[in-house]
Design a protein around this ligand. Sequence first.
Ligand SMILES: Nc1nc2c(ncn2[C@@H]2O[C@H](COP(=O)(O)OP(=O)(O)OP(=O)(O)O)[C@@H](O)[C@H]2O)c(=O)[nH]1
Ligand SMILES: [Mg+2]
Length: 291
Amino acid sequence: MTNLLIAGASKAGKTVYGAQFYLRTQAGAALTSKGEAEDLSIFHKAIEAIAHGRKPERTKDEESRTLTLEVSDAAGRTTEMLWPDYAGESFADLLKRRVFTEEWLTRVKDATGLLLLIRPEVTAMPADALKSRRKGQGRKSTTTSSSPSADEKVQDHLVPLLPDAQYVEWVQMMRHLRGEGRLERSRWPLVVLLTCWDELKDPKTPAEVLQHKCPLLASYLRGIWAPEALAIYGVSALGQAFDDRKGHVNTTFLAERPERQGYVICPTGAQDSDLTLPVAWLLKRLHDHQD
Ligand SMILES: Nc1nc2c(ncn2[C@@H]2O[C@H](COP(=O)(O)OP(=O)(O)OP(=O)(O)O)[C@@H](O)[C@H]2O)c(=O)[nH]1
Ligand SMILES: [Mg+2]
């Protein structure tokens, strides 16, 4: 049984990628699944929305569920996969509260592989963010008076943790929960999936984008992860940006056929229409390691 931990902050694209991944396994890809999944409820709304060219809704806490899917690879090896989908807030919550529910602990300990989704365009902090904060710019004012409130003064003393650093911290927490030593090389199969690739201007290879947008995470992974257990992919699950207005129908997307939309960027930088490749890499790594 392959139990994947799918992780990513809110709006990272977890549900859209999951829904597109599922649809591709039905239509002949590196990974294929026979028959329909028993309980498709986690992706049902997203699949419906995408099929009608509408923006999918965000996952609500009470909608957290795990899809069980049997997939076969090109070598004919069959794996039962558990694909959890949950509200992205629980990712941020772990960082904020540092309290783990039993559910999360089990999820992390049982996970045979990790798929970490990062949306580079909303992850990178503007280079001058800290500078402008020092100058007092960019402060959200909740009062009409020109002098800052007590709350704002406290806020000014809190240096915001860069999203990049938060990913490092999150990965460290996961390793800790799994009982890995701080300096031990991690052999836990990991795919970093850089989402919404179509939003990037002048992208190069996924590893270069990670280095550029999340330098702390890139260097942490280089230092601690066994290179053969790590792969960095890019993905554009929709192939284009959706007009996010509620109910708006994205006609160009529909005209170009939803089932043909989307692509993956392989570690080499090559583009491929098979959206299942990053997960196929994880499963291959797991199989090879078992053999
Ligand atoms: N440009 C572009 N936008 C995308 C793509 N995939 C998803 N999006 C947009 O990103 C938004 C968030 O995607 P979701 O899959 O709902 O994100 P999520 O990680 O499940 O978010 P939560 O449910 O809030 O945790 C969607 O409203 C889409 O419009 C893509 O490939 N390209
Ligand atoms: Mg979601």
